[in-house]
Design a protein around this ligand. Structure first.
Ligand code: GUN
Ligand code: ZN
Length: 451
């Protein structure tokens, strides 16, 4: 793979270390080590070493997107099957599709398409739910590694007979835990694996026995690996845990040892204030899936309340609960739903009672969450241009004819909000992960760089 490991890249870099603002590193040099991490950042005025990849002035470089919630096997139904509530959708469409990944040829084709599409769309890191199948889950991890995507991959656990179909279920809690353990070991043992991590993945409380949940909590402590699950996503899912345990999802998950610094809770729409305090105290994070929540969530996640409490939050597409694989869309939707939460949605309500005050977030906050916020939630050195961080980055070409950014002569670095609101795939000229070029082709203003 051609890339920038062991050399420098010159251009204008834009990232968002804090909510609500960006930092622009105008005409800078980023030196990338042989290990794919940023060694040093300096102004280009200090001298440009030979072999530097020098970008045209109309391009900017931003951190790659971190998608905190992707169901990899659901990609074939992206944009389909959004007509039923969650609990019906799972049994009617989603479990039958996921069951097909017992067929490794089917899995290879679908996963290859997904990973390449996500890289082309700017997702440099993805937190993936795979399926219950051990082999297909390992295959997804291998394919991420082969395509160069940073990824966290989990074998889904769903072993509760009363809520999971016979054709798509772990055989027992013991088998679910043993298979989870062997997938963790297999992913950790992949040759030359510098970027794919295993994740303990109980689908959600309604699909798991107490034995499986407790066993996975113990495994998380033993293996010190990441954990992901769905939490209080919808009225039904939130009500289910209350009925089964007299506790919220967050309380119950905590009781099973599943709320850790490396846990990501998808959706979490119905978190109470006490839940948020608990999630924060464990250092766990939330994958906010604004578009998906419009279909399955029954309400809008109180993002700003969570951020003000100090909960780690990143963004997720929730392929295929939301009908877009784009993190640009996820960021835009985050802004839109936050404004609807603030202003309210029913025009027949009075202005005073229609919305929830102090709920809106701006696009630069959404950009921060889509990059640096995801990195913090995962406890990984990604999402920022900072020494020691992995060089995971996108070259945005604001002048691409087939793209959708029109700056009318303005400098790209001065128009970051316009770029984030209007960019589309043709504007992503190249994607780098760990300094490796994994999609597209950078244009250089100098003679062709060494490979
Ligand atoms: N809850 C349990 N499984 C799923 C899933 O596949 N998608 C979503 N959105 N919610 C879930
Ligand atoms: Zn999900």
């Amino acid at each position: 793979m051609t890339g920038v490991r062991g050399r420098a890249i010159r251009g204008t870099f834009v990232h968002a270390p804090k909510r609500g603002a960006v930092e622009v590193l105008e005409d800078a040099l980023i030196f990338v080590g042989e290990d794919g991490r940023i060694e040093r950042i300096a102004p280009a005025a200090g001298g440009v070493p030979e072999g530097t990849l020098e970008l045209p002035a109309a391009q900017i470089v931003i951190p790659g997107f971190v998608d905190l919630h992707v169901h990899a096997p659901q990609y074939p139904q992206l944009g389909l099957a959004l007509d039923e509530p969650l609990e019906v959708w799972l049994g009617k469409y989603t479990f039958p599709l996921e069951a097909r990944y017992a067929d490794l040829d089917f899995a290879r084709e679908a996963y290859g398409t997904l990973v390449r599409d996500l890289l082309a769309g700017g997702t440099t890191t993805a937190l993936y739910f795979a399926t219950v199948h051990r082999q297909a889950t390992e295959l997804l991890a291998e394919m991420c590694l082969a395509e160069g995507q940073r990824a966290l991959v989990g074998k889904v656990v769903m072993d509760l007979a009363e809520s999971c179909p016979d054709y798509y279920r772990d055989a027992s809690p013991e088998a679910a835990i043993a298979d989870s353990r062997s997938v963790i070991e297999a992913i950790r043992a992949l040759p030359d694996n510098d970027r794919v991590l295993p994740v303990i993945t109980p689908r959600f409380i309604p699909s798991c026995t107490d034995e499986a949940l407790a066993g996975l909590g113990a495994l998380a402590a033993e293996c010190a690996c990441h954990v992901q699950t769905h939490c209080s996503e919808s009225d039904w899912a939130h009500g289910y845990a209350l009925e089964r345990y007299g506790k919220t999802d967050a309380e119950a998950l905590d009781g099973f040892g599943l709320l850790t610094r490396k846990t990501v809770l998808a959706h979490s729409v119905f978190l109470t204030d006490a839940d948020m305090d608990r999630v924060k105290s464990r250092g766990a994070g939330v994958a906010h899936c604004a578009l998906s929540n419009a279909y399955f969530g029954n309400a809008v996640f109180p993002l700003r309340r969570a951020l003000e409490k100090g909960v780690h939050v990143g963004l997720g597409t929730d392929i295929s609960g939301g009908p877009s694989a784009s993190m640009l869309d996820a960021a835009r939707m985050t802004v839109a739903v936050s404004r609807m939460l603030q202003d309210g949605v029913d025009a027949t309500d009075s202005r005073e009672t229609r919305g929830v005050a102090n709920s809106r977030v701006d696009l630069l906050t959404a950009f921060h969450l889509a990059t640096a916020g995801g990195g913090v939630a995962l406890d990984l050195d990604i999402g920022l241009f900072r020494p020691g961080y992995h060089f995971d980055a996108l070259i945005i070409d604001a002048t691409a004819e087939a793209g959708t950014i029109r700056l009318f002569g303005a400098q790209a670095a001065d128009r970051i909000e316009q770029i984030l609101y209007t960019a589309s795939k043709p504007n992503i000229a190249a994607t780098f992960v760990g300094g490796d070029l994994v999609s597209g082709r950078p244009e250089s203003t100098t003679a062709s760089p060494p490979s």
